[in-house]
Design a binder for this molecule. Structure first.
Ligand SMILES: [Zn+2]
Length: 322
């Protein structure tokens, strides 16, 4: 924040930034907080959060806040969509008018998703930024930015949050036990929004249920395996559940290799003990079978969910008690 404030107040330093770093660690929050601080009418250095400018900023209706994000072909917000030339023309129109006070702040989310024509148009804006304007490009894939765009911006790297920070947040704000919080923090990959999602939609409990169910299927128990596969194929958030299953096998591999401090699901240690030490090769092949199944049913392959999961569960539950 200090770098940003210095840059904005000095009038001669960069007026365009790239905020680079993994998804869900607060890059956009910082960008918006910055826009708010620059436009707050309270006269203090930080946004007061109470004036009309701040509240207009918070509800995204402030005339000095210009937000751009990838859209699908119908113009709906879509992280896998593209930033198109029409959107850039709108930005350029909005920047044409001088600001009365504060600073026009353009926040481009998913900045690696420009179509080439839009990128070329945007380059002109970056080359001659209108006075009183600030441009922030937010991206999780800075290496995919057009070099001509990246070279005109000052880059700030956002690191994943330390596990301890996320753990503290989950204990204090979400009421998780330290063991649960530790597990979710490890699974979140340094992303507070991902960590919050894990706890908000009950996926923590769902994860336990799935692992318990999987563990209860004995080798040769074909009927039960097929039943579980069918249930699994109808569950919401299947991709995430398969990731959980992978992390479960990863934990068992880690435990069997005598490195228990690397266990991610440390709220499930008892289950892990019950599952016993497995044979290394079998555990690894189960891990990769899950990853393979996950890819097979995800876009762009869209394989048959139930069929894929039936094959997977038969394979994995056979491996389970080896
Ligand atoms: Zn304010």
């Amino acid at each position: 924040m200090e770098i940003l404030k210095g840059a904005a107040s000095s009038n001669k330093v960069a007026h365009a930034f790239v905020f680079a770093g993994p998804d869900g660690i607060g890059k956009k929050l910082v960008a918006r907080a910055f826009a708010e601080a620059l436009n707050c009418s309270s006269g203090s250095d930080d946004a007061c959060g109470a004036c009309s400018d701040c509240s207009m900023m918070e509800s995204s209706v402030h005339p000095n806040l210009i937000e751009v994000f990838p859209v699908d072909k119908d113009g709906e917000k879509d992280p896998d969509g593209l930033i198109r030339i029409g959107q850039i023309r709108e930005v350029q129109n909005a920047l044409r008018y001088r600001v009365e006070r504060g600073m026009k702040t353009v926040i481009v989310d998913g900045a690696h998703r420009f179509v080439p024509a839009a990128a070329h148009a945007f380059l002109k804006t970056l080359e001659e930024p209108p006075p009183g304007s600030l441009i922030i490009l937010v991206t999780s894939k800075a290496s995919e930015l057009m070099p001509t765009i990246a070279s005109r911006c000052q880059r700030l790297n956002f690191r994943p949050l330390p596990e301890e920070v996320i753990k503290g947040f989950l204990i204090e704000r979400k009421g998780l036990t330290p063991n649960e919080a530790g597990a979710v923090a490890r699974l979140s990959g340094g992303s507070i929004s991902k960590a919050a999602a894990f706890t908000d939609d009950g996926s923590l409990q769902k994860r336990r249920d799935v692992i318990q169910r999987l563990s209860s299927i004995g080798p040769g128990d074909t009927a039960e395996a097929l039943k579980f596969a069918e249930e699994l194929s109808k569950m919401d958030g299947l991709d995430e559940l398969l990731e959980f299953m992978k992390s479960w096998y990863r934990d068992r591999i880690v435990a069997s290799e005598g490195s228990p401090h690397l266990i991610a699901n440390n709220d499930m240690e008892r289950h892990l003990k019950d599952a016993g030490v497995g044979e290394f090769n079998r555990l690894c092949s189960a891990f990769w079978a899950i990853e393979e199944a996950r890819k097979a049913i995800a876009p762009p392959r869209y394989g048959n969910k139930q069929l894929t999961l039936e094959v997977l569960i038969l394979k994995v539950s056979g491996a389970h008690f080896m």
